[in-house]
Design a binder for this molecule. Structure first.
Ligand code: FES
Length: 99
């Protein structure tokens, strides 16, 4: 597990792009649950910092593919899976496991 950011840096219903071990990770806070996903759409590589998050899914701003934040799956296009990473909170610290 590696420190990615502080919880206080990712507002509720907000996002933050961080660099962890040279990878761009997008952190998303939904009511205190923090998700960590690759900041790169598996379809054609669009960054996801400007993506809309709704109902537990993130919608890529380029072509609108929707990925489940929990497992990265895209129901409409199952051949594309967004990389997701386990998250742990330790006080105000967000820890991610890049595997
Ligand atoms: S690049 Fe994300 S849906 Fe096409």
């Amino acid at each position: 597990m590696q420190t990615a950011a502080k919880v206080s840096e990712v507002p509720n219903f907000g996002k933050k792009v961080v660099s962890v071990s040279g990878r761009e990770i997008l952190l998303i806070n939904i009511k205190g649950t923090v998700y960590a996903v690759e900041n790169e759409c598996p379809h054609q590589g669009s960054p996801l910092g400007a993506a809309v998050v709704k109902d537990g899914h993130i919608s890529c701003p380029r072509h609108g593919y929707r990925f489940n934040l929990a497992d990265g799956k895209c129901a409409e296009h199952p051949e594309f899976v967004l990389a997701t990473f386990p998250v742990q909170l330790n006080g105000d610290e967000i820890l991610v496991d890049l595997g």
